[in-house]
Design a protein around this ligand. Structure first.
Ligand code: 2P0
Length: 353
């Protein structure tokens, strides 16, 4: 109530997402517009998620942000554009209960404090920017009383980090690349909710906890500039695979889902290799995991497990059901005993959010 003495806070929690049709390459680096559509699965928040608290008060003299307890700079282009975009959409806040009123025009003058935590070590080598930017836009949208729906909010999250737009929805999500130059139609839509395809189990095999050597943004830029395979992929391959993947998800068709997911991962890494200078994200352990899965699937005659690797060596594995997930963990422990040279650091077993 008393002018100048209040703080309003909102806390939100957002899980990360794993892509099965890959996003790699931008046609606009400022707005973060991709060269192709992508599809992902949002994980359950018990294992890999970001929790963000945003606060506003007339006592704050500048915008500040803490990531896992450490203050980070907000002067970089991405945060500045991102916060400007959200502020421009803020509306009146009327909190009768606490007697706080914030007028639309006040948001330009008021400053924010943001505290964000990952419930998994950032050093685990698992991308956190996707959940982070999605969570931030969601929390700020609540705080500033934005009227936009989740897909609209995804266009803002996208401008923080491309893959973040997909974490605005749970379950199975498609990021539509869009056609407009201003990026208004480059947004995420939900294909199926988190209850769809309940059998699917996701296991993340943490191969290395080292930070990746080539950041996604730099890697993508170099790929766009130098890879002919990427042009073929964006124009010919992904447009065919998107409807196939949507069908596979709709019909709980694990065989097609696995075939497409593995092919997508392999083509993404082929595109990295086709970049000059070449980018290597997988290591020997990653490739051995691929062999274990491929041999098992071939032996069974029908796919039991699918793999996908992002911009790092960690494996994301999808088991067709719980029974298969247990067999998979047994196999991984057999082939990669914890103390061996090819040992894996840890496993994270998850579900959809
Ligand atoms: C994906 N990746 O579809 C792909 C597959 C990594 C490999 O989205 O530059 O961190 O912030 O838009 O979103 C990682 O890229 O990159 C990514 P920016 P982002 O999940």
């Amino acid at each position: 109530g008393d002018c100048g003495k209040w703080v309003v806070m909102v806390t939100a929690q957002t899980p990360m997402n794993m892509s099965v049709i890959k996003y790699w390459g931008k046609r606009d680096e400022t707005l973060i517009l991709p060269v192709n559509d992508s599809i992902s699965i949002t994980l359950d928040p018990d294992h890999l998620c970001t929790t963000t608290t945003v606060a506003v008060s007339p006592n704050f003299d500048r915008d500040r942000m803490w990531l896992n307890g450490k203050e980070i700079s907000l002067s970089g282009g991405r945060y500045r554009n991102y916060l400007r975009e959200i502020r421009s959409r803020a509306t009146d806040v009327d909190d009768d209960e606490n007697g706080i009123k914030i007028a639309e025009k006040d948001w330009e003058k008021l400053h924010l404090h943001i505290a964000s935590y990952n419930n998994f070590p950032t050093a685990a080598g698992l991308a956190s920017s996707a959940a982070g930017f999605a969570c931030l836009v969601f929390a700020l949208a609540k705080l500033m009383n934005l009227k936009e729906d989740r897909s609209k909010l995804s266009t803002i999250a996208r401008q923080g980090s491309g893959s973040a737009c997909r974490s605005l929805h749970g379950g199975f999500v498609k990021w539509i690349m869009g056609k407009d130059e201003d990026g208004k139609d480059s947004l995420a839509v939900q294909l199926a909710d988190e209850k769809h395809w309940d059998d699917l189990v996701i296991i993340i095999a943490v191969v290395s906890s080292r930070q990746k050597e080539t950041s996604s943004s730099t890697g993508m830029r170099e790929t766009v500039e130098t890879s002919l395979l990427l042009k073929h992929r964006a124009k010919e391959v992904v447009p065919k695979r998107i409807p196939q993947m949507e069908e596979a998800i709709k019909n709980h068709d694990f065989a097609s889902f696995a075939q497409l997911t593995c092919a997508e991962s392999n083509q993404f890494h082929a595109v990295c290799l086709d970049t000059s200078p070449p980018i290597f994200y997988m290591n020997d352990t990653s490739r051995r995991i691929i062999s274990v899965v491929e041999n098992w699937n071939r032996y069974e005659g029908t796919p039991q497990v699918a793999y996908t690797f992002d911009a790092g060596p960690n494996a994301v594995l999808f088991a067709r059901n719980r029974k298969t997930a247990i067999l998979l963990l047994q196999r991984l422990l057999f082939y990669f005993p914890p103390d061996s040279f090819f040992g894996l650091n840890s496993y994270i077993v998850g579900d959809k959010s």
